[in-house]
Ligand binder design. Structure first.
Ligand SMILES: [Ca+2]
Ligand SMILES: [Ca+2]
Length: 89
């Protein structure tokens, strides 16, 4: 997923707090979340609660988020691929 790779600035395969916030605050996604909402999302995403978000922890949460945000627009997973949010497989 392009979003994950861009966010993982040090390339260690894990999003720390700062890197994860940068995803949620990114202008590309335009989610407009409050700090409380972002914290709730982080807590939900970090399944093993080690403080970092791995790729496998990241995907379901973002997928969920995107469905909520873009549901109105009738977009689906393929549309997000097209706009470059995620990489084509
Ligand atoms: Ca990282
Ligand atoms: Ca984790």
């Amino acid at each position: 997923m392009v979003v994950f790779q861009n966010a993982d600035k040090d390339g260690n395969g894990i999003l720390d707090n700062e890197e994860f916030w940068s995803v949620l605050e990114s202008k590309t996604l335009n989610l407009k979340l409050s700090p409380e909402e972002m914290q709730a999302i982080k807590d939900r995403a970090d399944v093993d609660q080690d403080g970092g978000i791995t790729y496998t922890e990241f995907i379901p949460v973002v997928r969920d988020l995107l469905s909520q945000v873009y549901a109105k627009k009738d977009n689906d997973w393929n549309d997000w691929c097209k706009v470059g949010l995620i990489a084509h497989r």
